[in-house]
Design a protein. Structure first.
Length: 181
């Protein structure tokens, strides 16, 4: 049974890799596919654009698309989103321009950005390390905060942090200006 699982996983990885390789070759100019020297100045028609798609997509690379293409089309060319892609953080309807770098962030990257964007720690999205930047919050309290938000469906107000063992009025007064929900 264990060998069958390994065999299936290996086959899926090979198929996944070959799909990326096949798509990458289709997206590159012919001179690059054949190993010829890439001309510094090539004839780029106005009928097509080249977009670099990277981040949380299955097959990062440079893709040729028709002029007027949209973000979702470039993502499709790159094999689609990975499981941890922050799909709603990008405008998939946006029209692309030639030489665009299209970066798809992960859910963790977006959460981390939101957590610290205004200098306040978001109790509902902060990592253990981010929580530990608060005065009086060490590893144990940070783990309790994370456990509380997972079990109770998150914090609804910053005062909810006082439901955590060891966090009462005194500590809350020290951190209330540094936290948000």
């Amino acid at each position: 049974m264990h060998r069958k699982s390994i065999a299936i996983i290996t086959i899926l990885l090979i198929l996944s890799f070959s799909a990326c390789t096949r798509q990458d070759k289709q997206s590159l100019p012919l001179s690059q596919m054949e190993g010829e020297a890439f001309e510094e100045e090539k004839d780029v028609t106005k009928d097509s654009i080249y977009v670099y798609v990277c981040g949380a997509v299955l097959c990062e690379g440079v893709y040729e698309l028709p002029a007027g293409s949209r973000v979702y089309e470039a993502i499709q060319k790159a094999g689609g989103f990975t499981e941890n892609a922050a799909v709603t953080s990008i405008n998939q309807a946006e029209i692309l321009k030639d030489e665009t770098r299209l970066y798809v962030p992960t859910i963790e990257e977006v959460a981390s950005e939101e957590t610290m964007s205004d200098g306040k720690v978001n109790l509902n999205t902060a990592t253990k390390e981010e929580l530990m930047t608060l005065p009086g919050v060490g590893e144990a309290k940070a783990e309790l905060i994370i456990r509380y938000r997972e079990e109770s469906g998150g914090f609804h107000a910053i005062e909810d942090i006082m439901n955590i063992s060891g966090i009462k009025e005194g500590l809350f007064a020290k951190i209330k200006e540094k936290i948000k929900v």
